[in-house]
Design a protein. Structure first.
Length: 124
């Protein structure tokens, strides 16, 4: 695996941050989305994807069993961290939970996971 495979993840991270920062300035009075929480989740997902990239880089392609286990472990680890962040958000928030915020974060999780699984198809 080479560093060129990091470009889609880096592009997604920069694009999501740019959209969130500009949207925060535009929707300053909106309470539907909590932009700071989405930025933190985006940073967490990006850092976990980078961690999984370097972990996958060390696995040999000749052992497909280890590759599948590694991808499943990375996805599970990311899901546990995301669920913990969602639980922390829900317990700290006074009042109703912002479902648009959680659904936006879940969408980011799915896109990061889709890109990460694409790495294993390319690995040789």
């Amino acid at each position: 695996m080479n560093s060129k495979q990091l470009i889609p993840i880096l592009f997604l991270f920069v694009l999501a941050n740019a959209i969130l920062i500009f949207s925060n300035a535009y929707f300053i009075d909106s309470t539907a989305l909590k932009f700071k929480f989405i930025l933190v989740v985006n940073l967490m997902l990006f850092s976990m994807s980078i961690f999984n990239f370097f972990r996958l880089k060390m696995i040999f392609a000749s052992n497909p069993n280890a590759m599948v286990r590694s991808v499943m472990l990375g996805t599970l680890l990311k899901m546990v961290v995301f669920a913990g962040a969602a639980l922390a958000y829900a317990t700290q928030k006074k009042g109703a939970v912002g479902y648009p915020t959680l659904l936006t974060c879940m969408g980011l999780y799915l896109v990061y996971t889709w890109l990460e699984i694409g790495w294993t198809k390319i690995k040789q």
